[in-house]
Structure formats: C-alpha cells, structure tokens
Design a binder for this molecule. Sequence first.
Ligand SMILES: [Zn+2]
Ligand SMILES: [Zn+2]
Length: 227
Amino acid sequence: MSSSQVKWDCSQCGYAPSDRRKYCSECHSMLTWACTASGRSGRYTHYYRHRDNCSYCTPELEEEKQHEMEEKQQQLQALDNKQRPWSEWRRTNASCIQHTGYDVEQVQELYSMCEEPLVNYCSHKDYRLTYSAATSYLSPMNMLVVTLWYLKHYHSERYISSELNLSQAAVNYLLSTVVDILHSCVYPELISIPTNLSSGKTPHGPQQHHKLIVDSTFIAIPEPYDS
Ligand SMILES: [Zn+2]
Ligand SMILES: [Zn+2]
C-alpha cells in the first residue's frame, strides 16, 4: 500500500516527513517532492499536477480514488439501514416480500449484483443536486428497493414522491436510472448467451442440457433507450 516513488523533504532544514503534507512541521516552509522513478521534483503546490501526468505516480492516484470510493460506500451503507423505506422493510421477510416481491436475502443478492453502479450514481454530484436541500438523498439500497417497489406495484411517481418526501422529478430520474442499472447488471447474469453463438459455425440443435423457465407472471423490466 505504501506509495514508494515519491520522497518528501524540506529544502530548508532537511526534515523528511514520512507522509505527504504541505508544510514542514519543523520550520514551516513548504515541502518539496522528488519522484525518483521519473527523476522529477518540485514544490508541494505542483505535486498534484505531476501526479496526474506521471505514469509512475498514477497508481497512487488510483489507490487514493479507491480509498475515497470505499469511504463513500461506508457512509452510504450506514445510511442504508437508517433510511426509510429500507429501514422498515428489512425488518421482516414478510414486509420485504410485500413491498418488493423478494425476501431480504434476495434483495441483498440483487443489490450485490449492481452495487457498484448504484454507489457511483449516488456519489455523483449531479445526483445530489436533483434533491433540494430540505430532502435527503436516497442511499443505494433504498434506490434499489424503491425501484423494486415501483416495478411490483406500479405506484405512480406522484405517490412515491409523497411517500418518500422527494420531488417528483427526482423520483422520475431515480426510477429510470435504476431500471437501466438493473437491466445492465442483472439481465446478463440471468441470461447468458454462449460466446460462440454469433460465429455461425455451431449448429443450433435442441438444448438438451438447459431448461429455460419463463415465468410470465412477473413484470418485465423495460428495455432502456440508448441515449
Ligand atoms: Zn523544514
Ligand atoms: Zn512521478
């Protein structure tokens, strides 16, 4: 995990801190960095520009981004269990099934299939801007269960927005986004097409070892429009 290439030190007093910081803790002058791999060096204020462009320092950037992502994920997860409606529906399987059509474990399994795009979506600045300051935004798990609820019961957007205290525009945006996410994450997991199907060389005989069960009572997820 240690970020190796870059050494920090103080050109005034020679102090070498072990972590990245702006000013020397001994003499308070601005620290300098030296990237041993690329042979470049400079003052603190130019470090970030270097890091973004240096192929040796980029892995560190990736690491940092991942760390940020994990932090966000933890914040959002904490919100998952506190926030309505999931905080209520998750208490019993009966309540969960009644609202979403799935028991708690199944919902969690679905969530794990599409967690990454949901978290990314929630972390996006535009997403939070669609909500007024007065209403909080929905956590990823809540986005998923609200969408499942909508797909199961076909509640109107107006009803959902009043139940959750969100604007109707936010609900509309949320539902269409999560349906797209479900389509792109869950659909391929359920229906896997053999890769050689398109080659045209394999004859398509009857599928002896596979059985496709179509349950037509369930509500299909609409195909998203390409934008
Ligand atoms: Zn110093
Ligand atoms: Zn570098």
